[in-house]
Ligand binder design. Structure first.
Ligand code: NAG
Ligand code: NAG
Ligand code: NAG
Ligand code: NAG
Ligand code: NAG
Ligand code: NAG
Ligand code: NAG
Ligand code: NAG
Ligand code: NAG
Ligand code: NAG
Length: 498
């Protein structure tokens, strides 16, 4: 018992250690029906999100964040940067209005001065370091400089030749800014803020970067990227860019500044020119990123060194200009419904409501219609799936096509078979996904979603002895050969595992 208690205390102190990496979320507000600060707060609380970055210092938001314990990074918007960088009085005013008025009730822990200034607003670059210094002096004057860090988020595009990481350097045109900036960060115990978007690196690479490498998916060892100078192995783009930043700093003789990733994410939807902006990819990227960060894995260059990361972003921002993907980086819709269910089992409590490792079985897009129909008939017949929700007038009837009906039936079968290996195959026209295919009032078996108008309506839990309704013949498939394919699939898999 004592040993157990000791272990428990150890575990607790390790988790609360200062060096542990944290996951935060960015709060963009270009949303047509932007939730009120109270609603935002409710979502943060329900999802156990303890770190948030605002793109401004919105008063109502900061008031709502008071006494919540949530740690807040506020921002000086780029529009205000020139004024603040040119006048310490303006900077002091900004701090009085947006910081001193709110602490300590609101736990402001960092100020992001500008956003990607070198790449987005180069004409303000000459005053960037002054702006940081003026803001910092104002904090010193109020004795807040130790609890509130001052930095400025950079686009990773200022790092050139980022692979191999050991040869990376900051674009030298910016040395006159980067050198004093890094000295400032060093002398104030602050950190380098970096925005990392493997999605864009992948898109720009024209196939050179494998999708799996961008998404943190396991790679065969011969596909891992090796830095020939350091012999370090890279299994994902994210780590390679963080290490490139470490090397770029050490190139300027600075080796002790930690990195905080102020933005990273993946869009869940895109237009026809953005085929990899999908629910599945966004889910995979963000789930893997969150697990990677919370595991304190660090990077190949600095294993175990925390790289705290803010996910871009909390809400889909439908009002953002640009392509479809620009509007679809969010984890949640404005109504607080998750865009997809992250799979975070074992990763801790952040975004805890999404922690079930749900998997679903879906019909493959573009499959042969006859094969789909045959699989559908088999599932609803010999497969003993309750297909009554697919009948006309029932919640899963629309859209009435063989692909979505087959998806429903395949998944119901897969869930009923407890997701056993080989039960999501259907002669190759089915595949496993982590994205919940439920839509509208059609809630799929295995979904954590509840029917919001929750009645006892159609039972979706397929009962093993179900003979479904009178329309059985509509689904019935006389072949029955799927059983054997399922069994063969299972045998093959077992053989592989043996
Ligand atoms: C604010 O956050 C810091 C961590 O940076 C923590 O140590 C402190 O206790 C927090 N303060 C409040 C009032 O929650
Ligand atoms: C602003 O700068 C002037 C001169 O550089 C200095 O005298 C003054 O104390 C500074 N004010 C603040 C608030 O730092
Ligand atoms: C380096 O920065 C300068 C100034 O912004 C820019 O003109 C140049 O294109 C950058 N170089 C590269 C290789 O991106
Ligand atoms: C870094 O240190 C080396 C060796 O001390 C020196 O030659 C070089 O000029 C320094 N570079 C910078 C940017 O300070
Ligand atoms: C977690 O970290 C350990 C080393 O600390 C590493 O061996 C393991 O692969 C990491 N797991 C994940 C999911 O990153
Ligand atoms: C999240 O989980 C908590 C407790 O497990 C629950 O009270 C809350 O309603 C959930 N929120 C959502 C949005 O599902
Ligand atoms: C998550 O998935 C694993 C492997 O499929 C399974 O063993 C485990 O029970 C699942 N956990 C939950 C909570 O469903
Ligand atoms: C969900 O609720 C709606 C409205 O009450 C109902 O028509 C529908 O059948 C329900 N769906 C399921 C799957 O229970
Ligand atoms: C749903 O069914 C359960 C058990 O059959 C019953 O106790 C409950 O009252 C029903 N709920 C509704 C809303 O009909
Ligand atoms: C079906 O299962 C239920 C219990 O789950 C049982 O009461 C019923 O007798 C079974 N019907 C047949 C036809 O096996």
């Amino acid at each position: 018992m004592a040993a157990l208690l000791f272990f428990f205390l150890l575990a607790v102190s390790a988790v609360s250690a200062e060096e542990d990496a944290v996951i935060g979320v960015n709060l963009g507000t270009d949303v047509s029906d932007m939730p009120s600060p109270t609603q935002v707060m409710a979502l943060l609380k329900a999802q156990n999100i303890r770190h948030i970055r605002l793109y401004d210092a919105d008063r109502a938001m900061l008031l709502a964040l008071a006494n919540t314990g949530i740690q807040v990074t506020i921002s000086v918007p780029n529009e205000q940067l020139l004024g603040i960088g040119q006048s310490n009085a303006t900077a002091a005013n900004w701090v009085a209005r947006n910081v001193i008025a709110h602490v300590p009730a609101t736990n402001i822990t960092a100020i992001a001065v500008g956003s990607e200034v070198l790449s987005a607003l180069p004409n303000a670059a000459p005053v960037l370091v002054s702006a940081l210094k003026f803001i910092h002096s104002a904090l010193v004057a109020s004795n807040l400089d130790r609890q509130i860090k001052v930095s400025t988020p950079h686009s990773s595009s200022i790092i050139l030749d980022s692979f191999p990481p050991s040869q990376a350097f900051f674009n030298r045109s910016w040395d006159p800014v980067m050198v004093p900036l890094l000295k400032f960060l060093q002398s104030t115990d602050s950190y380098l803020m970096l925005n990392i978007y493997p999605y864009f690196d992948y898109m720009r690479s024209n196939g050179v970067i494998p999708l799996d490498y961008a998404l943190f998916r396991p790679l065969p060892p011969n596909k891992e990227a090796v830095d020939a100078n350091t012999l370090l192995h890279y299994t994902n783009v994210f780590d390679a860019i963080v290490d490139a930043a470490y090397f770029a700093m050490s190139y300027l003789n600075i080796t002790n500044i930690p990195i905080v990733v102020t933005e990273s994410g993946w869009p869940s939807k895109g237009d026809s020119s953005e085929p990899d902006a999908t629910l599945d990819n966004a889910n995979t990227y963000n789930s893997n990123l969150i697990r990677h960060v919370l595991n304190n894995t660090g990077t190949p260059k600095h294993p175990g060194i925390a790289v705290s990361t803010y996910i871009y972003e909390l809400y889909n921002e439908d009002l953002r200009p640009g392509s479809v993907s620009e509007k679809n980086w969010g984890l949640f819709n404005a109504d607080g419904v998750p865009v997809y269910t992250l799979h975070l089992t074992g990763a801790g409590t952040v975004l805890a409501n999404d922690t079930t490792n749900q998997t679903f079985c879906v019909a493959k897009e573009g499959s042969d219609k006859k094969m789909l129909q045959a699989g559908l008939d088999w599932a609803c017949g010999p497969g003993k799936v309750d297909c009554s929700p697919l009948l006309q007038g029932q919640p899963c009837y629309e859209p009435d096509n063989v692909l979505t009906h087959a998806t429903y039936a395949f998944n119901a079968y897969f869930q009923r078979m407890a997701k056993a290996p080989g039960t999501c195959d259907f002669k190759g026209v089915a595949t496993v996904t982590t994205t919940d295919p439920s839509h509208g009032s059609c809630i799929f078996p295995g979904s954590g979603r509840r029917n919001s108008s929750s009645t006892n309506g159609t039972s979706l839990a397929p009962s093993s002895n179900s003979t479904t309704s009178g329309c059985l013949s509509q689904f019935f498939y006389s072949g029955g050969s799927f059983t054997s394919s399922v069994i063969i699939g299972f045998l093959v898999l077992s053989a592989v595992l043996l």
